[in-house]
Write a protein that binds this ligand. Structure first.
Ligand code: M5T
Ligand code: MG
Length: 242
């Protein structure tokens, strides 16, 4: 079997229930542990939809998704949530404390582990400044922290769970370029044995990725490293220069 955490798409096609045209067509790729797989493409290309198939928010219409070589459809909800952490495009905090939000996928985590996750996510500074720190209150939806803070808290939550597969949906584009770079540098060590899939808007976020998939109207139109795609893909060149 492939290593745990490996994500394989085999000829996956997906359409939303009731819609005529599929949103994803014949998608095949493998995201390996120890590697970063990036997905880039214009708005509406199907990037979020593709990521959402991995924790089974929806099931593929055709084709197959395998996690660590096992069919996703045969894995229970529990197994999926224990092994895959997803930072959604609109990250969500629920009413409670910072600690309870961070312990969502890691009930056993010690305070020290939570601080470590916050440090990696570049969120320790603003948490340290809040009255009550880890015990400071979060309102429903996280409306009492800024959008960028919410995003970093959700990244910290994903890290605290120590999954085998990380999904980041546009998690870095709300950050300024320097925080984005610091955060991604800090992520290298804690995610080095995991499969990391990053949806990005900014090319600078993904130039180091092991493979980049260029998605256009639900199809992978090119794939390769940043250097390879600069040579081979007009769509990628357009994204780089836009
Ligand atoms: C791809 C449609 C959407 C678009 C296409 C989430 C969602 C999307 N769609 C639905 O019909 N129902 C849904 O619940 O699917 O959308 P996406 O996957 O959200 O695209 P993206 O993530 O590449 O776009 P963006 O703007 O986040 O860069 O036709 O209408
Ligand atoms: Mg999206």
């Amino acid at each position: 079997l492939p290593a745990p955490g490996t994500v394989e798409f085999k000829n996956v096609t997906f359409g939303y229930p009731g819609a005529e045209a599929p949103v994803l067509s014949d998608i095949s790729f493998t995201a390996k542990p120890g590697q970063t797989t990036a997905i880039i493409g214009s708005t509406g290309a199907g990037k979020t939809t593709l990521l959402n198939l991995i924790p089974r928010l929806y099931d593929a219409t055709e084709g197959e998704i395998l996690i660590g070589g096992l069919p996703l459809r045969e894995l229970g909800r529990e197994t999926i949530s224990q092994n895959i952490s997803s930072v959604p495009q609109r990250p969500y905090l629920f009413s409670g404390t910072i600690a309870s939000n961070l312990r969502f996928g890691a009930q056993e985590a010690e305070e020290e582990d939570l601080w470590e996750a916050l440090r990696i996510a570049q969120a320790d500074g603003f948490v340290a400044e809040r009255e009550g720190q880890l015990e400071s209150k979060i309102s429903q939806g996280g409306t009492n922290v800024s959008g960028g803070q919410r995003q970093r808290l959700c990244i910290a939550r994903a890290l605290a769970a120590k999954p085998k597969t990380y999904l980041f949906d546009d998690s870095f584009s709300a950050l300024d370029v320097s925080t984005d770079a610091k955060l991604r540098a800090a992520l290298v060590e804690p995610t080095k044995d995991a499969a990391v899939i990053i949806v990005a808007q900014r090319v600078s976020t993904i130039t180091e990725a092991d493979q980049i998939l260029v998605l256009d109207h639900g199809e992978i139109v090119a794939r390769g490293t940043h250097e390879e795609l600069l040579e081979s893909s007009e769509t990628y060149q357009e994204i780089v220069t836009s």
